[in-house]
Design a binder for this molecule. Structure first.
Ligand SMILES: [Zn+2]
Length: 415
């Protein structure tokens, strides 16, 4: 197992796949490789940390790796404090642009040009990143001022080391604190990685993406059905299903686009930094109030914050805040609700409205996460807690719902 050092001595981030959830990133393990702190698969024992809820799983003898861990050399530096990050990111905003391609994608989501401009979305291009970085660093007192700012790192080049930017290309969504500091960005990536959606008794994985066919993405996949290994090409959204001799459904595999949003970070790169901990939240105000939101002023001076809405994702919070004219907190995922506690308290929130995606009623993992989220705020605050709900046939997320000019129904859970 490949491990990376973390701030907590004796605990390592799992750089290979987590033995509990099978995903990469964020999950932790102890050096003896007997206990996993998984970020995705729930268990009875857990704790809330600055990166979200961590579930404690004891590995039994079969699960625990026999080989000693490989500990990666870590060239990371500590993330800089929020006011420092904001200074560098503000300079970055001035030196970078939003491409026409990314602008038109946002316009398709029914945002106006004015809203898009006020929100300061930017493009993380695939080319010429070092040129933008150079313009940013020329305005700082030294290029090394980029050290510890997630997104930036030092790359070894033919003519020596130079500063540039990490991560897959896409649209950068700024995350703002209650003091209107930009404390990080999420990237809406241009090419979400392809993954398999498997049903029934089947195992499988994507081996590699290959050239598109009729405009659809394609990948060579490995599938294991009843102990037989098959390898072949699958086309995006194409469902392959297998039936037994009696014509009963056995299993199916579908190639789909995976996660679209990632933190913009430069973890494990020279002089780069991870986005956590604490991971950022995003405080969204209606865009027409943004121009009056001065640095270091809290949003309650501009808008009534006794009721605050909570949703997953920065862009979703921006769109919904404009449509409903409410303050929103966007968190990266429903499991990271604990990071919203401090800003909610600081704003004197009395009524929290949780706007989870409508698939909460059909996806057990999402339903559990929502239950934990409600329980957490009920235990840690005396806020009234409500759920914003709508029919899944109208939209999955609140951003799509309000773009179609519907409003959610608000139901109180904790009075
Ligand atoms: Zn895990």
């Amino acid at each position: 197992m490949k491990l990376r050092r973390t701030r907590d001595t004796g605990w390592y981030e799992i750089a290979s796949t987590c033995p509990i959830c099978g995903h990469k990133g964020w999950c932790r393990i102890n050096k003896a490789q007997t206990v996993v702190h998984c970020m995705r698969v729930q268990s009875e024992h857990y704790f809330d940390s600055q990166i979200g809820r961590q579930y404690i799983h004891q590995l039994n003898e079969q699960e625990s790796p026999i080989t000693p861990p490989e500990i990666e050399d870590n060239h990371n530096v500590e993330k800089k404090p929020n006011d420092y990050l904001d200074g560098v990111y503000q300079t970055f905003l001035e030196e970078s642009i939003l491409s026409d391609f990314h602008l038109s994608a946002l316009l398709k989501r029914k945002m106006t040009k004015k809203q898009i401009q006020i929100r300061e979305y930017r493009t993380l291009p695939s080319q010429d990143r070092h040129k933008i970085t150079k313009r940013v660093s020329d305005r700082l007192s030294s290029p090394d001022d980029l050290s510890g700012v997630p997104g930036f790192y030092v790359k070894e080049g033919k003519y020596g080391p130079y500063w540039t930017m990490a991560g897959p290309s896409g649209t950068l969504i700024p995350f703002r604190s209650i003091y209107n500091e930009i404390t990080g960005f999420q990237t809406r990536v241009d090419q979400p990685p392809l993954e398999l959606r498997l049903k029934g008794s089947i195992k499988g994985r994507v081996l590699r993406e290959v050239e598109k066919e009729n405009g659809l993405r394609r990948a060579i996949c490995e599938l294991i059905i009843a102990g037989r290994r098959l390898e072949g090409g699958l086309i995006e959204k194409d469902v392959r299903s297998t039936k037994d001799a009696m014509g009963e459904f056995l299993c199916s595999a579908e190639l789909v686009q995976g996660q679209k949003y990632y933190w913009w970070s430069s973890s494990n790169k020279l002089n780069g930094s991870s986005i956590g901990a604490p991971i950022p939240y995003h405080f969204a105000l209606p865009s027409e109030l943004m121009e009056n939101w001065n640095y270091h002023n809290t949003p309650d001076k501009l808008l009534d914050c006794s009721e605050i809405w909570l949703t997953e994702g920065g862009l979703k919070a921006d769109i919904a805040s404009d449509a409903l004219y409410k303050p929103f907190i966007g968190i990266p995922g429903l499991n990271s609700f604990s990071i919203a506690l401090e800003p909610l308290k600081a704003m004197g929130c009395k009524h929290l409205v949780i706007a989870a995606d409508a698939d909460v009623t059909i996806t057990p993992a999402v339903e559990l996460a929502l239950g934990n989220c409600v329980e957490f705020f009920a235990n840690h605050t005396d806020m009234k807690i409500s759920l914003a709900m709508w029919d899944i046939s109208l939209a999955k997320g609140i951003d799509d719902l309000v773009s179609r000019l519907y409003v959610p129904q608000v139901t109180t859970l904790v009075g």
